[in-house]
Design a protein around this ligand. Structure first.
Ligand code: ARG
Length: 477
């Protein structure tokens, strides 16, 4: 019989049972379910709601179930619908009466909320580590290739020379914002819903602060209806994940372009590429394409939960069971993407000479020529026009700006002097852009220094999260 079967006279239809069940995916929250139940049972005994003996039987029974699941020695049953009832049924089968007292003062509605909060906190700690690792790879790449100059682009047209390191550190900055997003997701998840019961609170003298403390939650919910029906923390996590994937997707697009024969700026390591089953010469950046492609489903997961939530009346509705699969999928794919990207950046080769060649045969220094004239007093708009003409002249002659002789230049503007060729040098163009966040080596070095500091601060946060998570899961040891 079902745990809730009392008022029913017929068995559940088989396809209803299967459609209704969530055990196929929520089984991954077994550790959360068991730790949450240990905290709940401990509190029930402390409050005199169940006896010490019952509590001891429950706790040791739950620990055995944990070991069985860990050992792969637990068959989850669709008939029992979800992780909560799978565990509870097994507990009752094992210890009898006492097991049936565990669900006192609790509903699956606050139980599933608790488990999901805990699960997301655990994964946030794990993902923080991988995110930091990727940031470290970006700073290392910036430091390793600090003398590489590449064409910077707008509209995917060569625009101005930038340090390759500057380009890497732009992604570092994006990921630093992702970390802030992750902190927000943690704060949203760090709230303890137990005690809300099905929706209205419970009639037992529960000690909710005690449960929160046992499970290391920062806050309690103020309102029981909200506690069981809040999914903002899931949305916050999916927002974080969607934006992070958008950043990785942009990087993917660049890596795909840069590793093409048309660009030849980088080469990804063989271990991160795949070949073609028909074209022997191919080396494809599949991983980058997959990250770019998977970004779509991350947006989908976020949109799915937002849409699922928008029309449901309080408090719990079964719609909310749909909150999990997308998050789980996002977590799994994100962990892969972050791990592989860190290694891919560590191992890629950067084609410094080719990028330099491209720069030397194009017009990325045109702005610098205009700036030169403007600094000599010509209004910038006029300077822009002079250089525009110079570029046009060069294209006709098959030259680039630095190949023009002083005579040719002075025919265009008398303001040109000997030193113009110095200012057209690609290295000087980069050096000159020494504003606070510009591409000059001094700025990029500062970005890397600050980057190390950011990573350090993030690591402290991550350690704090990891400590919380590992202490909580010690409950089951
Ligand atoms: N499997 C359910 C979920 O994931 C658990 C809560 C079910 N509660 C209920 N009253 N049906 O949302």
């Amino acid at each position: 019989m079902k745990l809730w079967g009392g008022r029913f006279t017929k068995a559940t239809d088989k396809s209803v049972e299967e459609f209704n069940a969530s055990i196929q995916y929520d089984c991954r929250m077994y550790a959360e379910d068991i730790c949450g139940s240990i905290a709940h049972a401990t509190m029930l005994a402390k409050q005199g709601i169940i006896s010490q003996e019952d509590k001891d039987a429950i706790v040791s029974g739950l620990k055995t179930i944990y070991e069985q699941i860990e050992a792969g020695d637990f068959e989850f049953s669709v008939e029992l619908e979800d992780i909560h009832m799978n565990v509870e049924k097994r507990l009752t089968d094992a210890i009898g009466e006492a097991g049936k007292r565990l669900h006192t003062g609790r509903s699956r509605n606050d139980q599933v909320a608790l488990d999901t909060h805990m699960y997301i906190r655990k994964e946030i700690a794990a993902i923080a580590k991988l995110l930091i690792q990727l940031q470290q790879s970006l700073v290392s790449a910036a430091e390793k290739h600090k003398d590489v100059i590449m064409p910077g682009y707008t509209h995917l047209q060569r625009a101005q020379p930038v340090l390759f390191s500057h380009h890497m550190m732009a992604y570092f900055s994006m990921l630093s914002r992702d970390f802030i997003h992750l902190q927000y997701a943690w704060d949203m998840a760090d709230m303890m819903p137990l005690g809300a019961g099905a929706l209205a609170g419970t009639t037992y003298p529960l000690d909710q602060p005690f449960v929160a403390k046992t499970l290391h939650f920062g806050k309690l919910y103020d309102n029981s209806l909200d506690a069981v029906s809040d999914r903002d923390y899931i949305i916050a996590f999916l927002e974080f994940a969607a934006v992070l994937m958008m950043h990785l997707s942009r990087l993917s697009e660049e890596f795909i372009l840069w590793s093409s024969s048309e660009f030849k700026f980088i080469e990804l390591d063989d271990s991160h590429c795949t070949g073609s089953s028909i074209m022997p010469q191919k080396k494809n950046p599949d991983i980058c394409e997959l990250v770019r492609g998977k970004t779509g489903r991350f947006y989908g997961h976020l949109m799915g939960v937002l849409t699922m939530m928008k029309g449901i009346p309080m408090a719990y509705d079964k719609d909310m069971q749909e909150d999990k699969e997308g998050v789980f999928d996002a977590i799994d794919n994100l962990k892969f993407a972050l791990t592989i990207y860190a290694a891919m950046i560590d191992k890629m080769t950067v084609n410094k000479e080719h990028m330099r060649e491209v720069l030397e045969t194009d017009f990325s220094n045109a702005t610098d020529m205009a700036d030169y004239l403007a600094k000599k007093g010509l209004p910038f708009r006029e300077a822009h026009a002079v250089v525009g003409k110079a570029v046009h002249y060069c294209i006709e002659k098959g030259k680039v700006l630095q190949q023009l002789s002083l005579e040719e230049l002075q025919a265009m503007s008398p303001l040109f002097a000997e030193d113009i060729h110095h200012y057209l040098d690609i290295e000087i163009c980069v050096d000159q852009r020494n504003t606070y966040n510009g591409t000059a080596p001094s700025s990029v070095e500062r970005q890397c220094r600050d980057g190390h500091q950011t990573v350090h601060t993030e690591q402290e946060q991550m350690d704090q999260w990891s400590d919380i998570v590992s202490t909580v899961y010690d409950l089951v040891k």
